[in-house]
Ligand binder design. Structure first.
Ligand code: GLN
Length: 229
């Protein structure tokens, strides 16, 4: 709660590496679309942020257990999650694609039979992979962060991974030795989340700040900073 005259500080949890939404730049600064949106919204609405860089699954759990007030981590708004979280307005459209090594022959789910597939704990991509693994006959190997999952595929230990297309697409544009071989599945959008029934004021400020950034053109500027045409 805010002390008299001081701004309220909220603990906001995020992922460790999910470029272009949150990542460490070459100078060691923690940057990205989520970080710029959060900081500008906080500035616009007059609250302070105590950022908790925990990893995706840990960030989601921190909010669920009340250890953090909110999460911004390229988190997809899903019906299942709406049972435990209240989401802001959507701020970015996404969806899950399959990535394979650059020189791989794997083109579709049918080619995964008897093979290993890398997934990231607690993500929509992992839920999707688990939902089709019996049908296509592959095994899953679980990682806590996206970079570890990509390395698993780049080195050939697993033949594929499932990841959000804006994130995998960005990684590839930055030199990641993978390629996207499928159309996106279960399109969903990213939202800022608080625990269901809690922090209604924070959620309202996020939505108002987001609306203001869209109206002022700053939202588009943030996207343009990280995503080339
Ligand atoms: N958008 C995905 C999800 O919400 C992945 C998020 C992430 O890995 N940071 O499950």
């Amino acid at each position: 709660d805010g002390a008299a005259g001081g701004a309220t500080t909220y603990k906001i949890a995020t992922d460790t590496t999910f470029a272009p939404f949150e990542f460490e730049d070459e100078e060691g600064n923690f940057v990205g679309i989520d970080m710029d949106l959060l900081n500008k919204i906080a500035e616009d609405q007059g609250f302070e942020v105590d950022l908790q860089v925990l990893g995706f699954n840990a960030a989601v759990q921190a909010v669920e257990s009340g250890q953090a007030d909110g999460v911004i981590a390229g988190m997809s708004i899903t019906d299942e999650r709406k049972e435990k979280f209240d989401f802001s307005e959507a701020y970015f459209d996404s969806g899950v694609v399959m990535g394979v090594a650059k020189d791989s022959d794997i083109k579709s789910y049918d080619d995964l039979k008897g093979k290993k597939v890398a997934i990231k704990t607690g993500t929509e991509g992992s839920t999707f992979a688990e939902s089709i693994k019996d049908e296509y006959g592959f095994e899953t190997v679980v990682f806590d962060d996206s970079n570890a999952m990509y390395q698993e595929v780049a080195t050939g230990n697993s033949v594929a991974c499932f990841e959000d297309y804006p994130v995998l697409g960005y990684g590839i544009s930055q030199g990641l030795e993978l390629k996207i071989v499928t159309e996106k599945e279960q399109g969903s959008s990213y939202g800022f989340a608080v625990k269901k029934g809690e922090n209604a004021e924070l959620l309202k400020m996020f939505n108002e700040g987001l609306k203001n950034l869209k109206e002022s053109g700053e939202y588009d500027e943030i996207l343009d900073t990280y995503i080339a045409e």
